[in-house]
Design a binder for this molecule. Structure first.
Ligand code: SF4
Length: 337
């Protein structure tokens, strides 16, 4: 049974105007009908360009954003509209690691007290037990427990992200949503933090939802990968399969532009530069949302929304990329340089 089920989740943000009487004039369709499953112990990578809705989805999963509609089922229980004790218990099981290790730590507090926060909120242990637990956590994530009384500014970027990871682990969660956990870090530090997350997963049996825009990072950490475009999942597949044989033209174009470390697969793909910008999530295009930019678009694509079809490898496309096909068309830039 899956640990997490996201069922047709939508998250719309209203845009209001009016000085005295505020009325809704439009909606940002940040997440628009996403369904995904995450199995215990696996890592589901979620990729897409900035603004595709992946971070909003992460916040919906952790309960930081209430969903507009749909359900989030964790360990068999609908957690979408939990409150009181139920919500508190859910928050112990599901934690988040944030993108910005600088912004997510209060610079005026000592790291020991920052890491202990979840223990205090959930009233776990007395002061001495909490201190012991925090020092254990610091050791677990590769920090010196003797630095308990230091301030965040005394740590490097990678060490600060380790503080964020220690805080996320404090309550022994089962699921951690990692929202771009390494994108603010220097490339040389990224690998260390990713290796730490991978080691912790093996050691503690954690399940991850790993949000990122960097395809190489997602490939390295994920068992399965979901690709999002303008609030929707357009393709989901086991990592290797998706990188080797993308079926959705959007995934194909993302991979063709990325420096993903697979020379054979890269050489087999033509490079596709997408035309135009991502359309506005306030007025997403009808039919397939990708049709204004898609090198394979046909008349049907602008009227009929494609469903996410398939079993293990699913793609939402009327005319998916065939194995070995090299995309051509108006948006093709020519051969790989
Ligand atoms: Fe392109 Fe049509 Fe497939 Fe959308 S449905 S990705 S427009 S071919």
């Amino acid at each position: 049974m899956s640990l997490l089920r996201i069922e047709d989740v939508r998250k719309y943000f209203p845009i209001k105007e009016g000085l005295f009487v505020r009325r809704e004039i439009a909606r940002v369709h940040a997440v628009d009908g996403v369904s995904l499953e995450v199995n215990p112990g696996e890592t589901l990578g979620v990729v897409g360009e900035s603004g595709c809705g992946k971070s909003t989805l992460a916040r919906c999963v952790t309960g930081l954003h209430p969903v507009t509609s749909g359900r989030i089922v964790f360990d068999g229980q609908d957690v979408t509209r939990l409150s009181g004790r139920g919500l508190k218990a859910f928050r112990r099981d599901v934690q988040m690691i944030f993108q910005d290790p600088y912004g997510s730590l209060n610079p005026r507090r000592r790291v020991g007290s920052i890491i202990a926060d979840p223990l205090v909120v959930h009233r776990i242990g007395d002061a001495r037990a909490r201190r012991r637990r925090v020092q254990e956590l610091m050791e677990l994530v590769g920090l010196n427990p003797e630095h308990y009384n230091r301030f965040p500014a005394e740590f490097s970027g990678g060490q600060r992200q380790r503080i964020g990871i220690a805080r996320a682990l404090a309550l022994k969660p089962r699921l951690i949503v990692c929202d771009e956990p390494v994108s603010a870090l220097d490339v040389s530090i990224q690998a260390q933090v990713i290796n730490l997350l991978t080691d912790l997963q093996g050691e503690l049996g954690l399940t991850y939802v790993f949000i990122a825009h960097d395809l190489s990072v997602v490939r390295y950490v994920s068992d399965r990968v979901a690709v999002m475009y303008l609030g929707k999942v357009v393709e989901v597949a086991p990592g290797e399969q998706l990188y080797r044989e993308p079926r959705h033209p959007y995934t194909y174009s993302l991979l063709s532009a990325a420096s993903v470390a697979d020379p054979d697969a890269s050489a087999a793909r033509s490079r596709v530069i997408l035309a135009g910008d991502v359309p506005s999530p306030i007025t997403p295009p009808p039919g397939c949302r990708f049709h204004p930019r898609c090198p394979k678009a046909q008349a049907r694509c602008s009227t009929e929304e494609p469903l996410l079809l398939g079993v293990e490898h699913r793609a939402a496309c009327h005319f998916p990329v065939e194995p070995g096909e090299r995309l051509t068309g108006a948006t093709r830039s020519g051969d790989r340089p």
